[in-house]
Design a protein around this ligand. Structure first.
Ligand SMILES: [Zn+2]
Ligand SMILES: [Zn+2]
Length: 259
């Protein structure tokens, strides 16, 4: 098991911890899944150089997933100038709305600078080759256009299912992976109305999807604030386990998982 993922941000709301960002480190490749506001701070925490990341995969235009982009790009460019070794071009991948927003955000924050970035717009079924990895984009269903990703390597696979309502069409893209990242916003008792209105997955929804997808490991993230409480988090896990035979890993900021 030579690949690892570090949870840079695990929460749906920033008050308590950091929001969605994950760093994947594999032989010859490092890449980010989403860029929440704390992404650069968290990378500092684990002493990860920004220039080691060549790809950022963005899911959608909500601040908890996107707001870290300008500073990440800026700090990477500063590090790039300071290092003697050649640094690869940065690729930022996302659906058309997300790439537009990321470009606008970067331009608004740094109108006086230009950055060497390969912007990659993807739609459902599009594939990207990234070093030894094959990446497939797929659509989920949230209040704004949202893109998930499946990553395949010769001996490992990973699926990132972002904010979404329960949806069956994602199953072919997330089935049988080594590790599935899936949101579990809250329990049915606490958040049914909010999850349905704002198109999120409850713990039981995540469980039903994971039960059909049958990953080797499943990581729950994007929890709402009440689940910082240990007792409430146990309720979340209990609802998941009532609907799925897999024992989930619950994300925590800076947790590292092999896959
Ligand atoms: Zn979110
Ligand atoms: Zn969202």
């Amino acid at each position: 098991m030579s690949n690892s993922i570090t949870v840079l941000g695990s929460w749906a709301i920033e008050d308590f911890g950091e929001t969605s960002s994950f760093l994947v480190r594999a032989p010859g490749s490092s890449f980010l899944l989403d860029a929440g506001p704390g992404v650069t701070r968290q990378m500092h925490q684990i002493s990860c150089s920004f220039t080691t990341v060549d790809f950022v995969f963005l899911t959608h235009v909500h601040a908890d997933h996107l707001l870290g982009i300008p500073y990440l790009v800026f700090k990477r460019s500063v590090q790039q100038r300071q290092t003697a070794v050649p640094v690869n071009r940065l690729h930022v991948v996302g659906n058309v709305a997300t790439i537009d927003a990321a470009k606008t955000l970067l331009q608004a924050c740094y109108p006086d600078r230009s950055f060497d970035i390969e912007w990659r717009v993807v739609d459902e079924g599009d594939e990207i080759t990234m070093n030894d990895w094959n990446v497939t984009a797929f659509n989920a269903d949230h209040t704004v256009p949202v893109t998930g990703y499946r990553f395949e390597h010769k001996d490992a696979s990973l699926a990132y299912l972002p904010d979404t309502c329960p949806i069956k069409t994602v199953l072919p893209f997330i089935s049988g992976v080594s590790l599935l990242l899936i949101e579990a916003f809250g329990t049915s008792a606490d958040f049914t109305e909010l999850a349905r209105n704002q198109k999120h997955l409850l713990a039981k929804d995540a469980a039903q999807i994971a039960q059909e997808a049958q990953p080797q490991k499943v990581l729950l993230y994007h929890m709402h604030l009440p689940y910082r409480d240990e007792r409430k988090q146990e309720q979340l896990i209990e609802e998941f386990c009532q609907n799925c035979s897999l024992v989930p890993i619950v994300a925590a900021d800076l947790l590292e998982i092999g896959f």
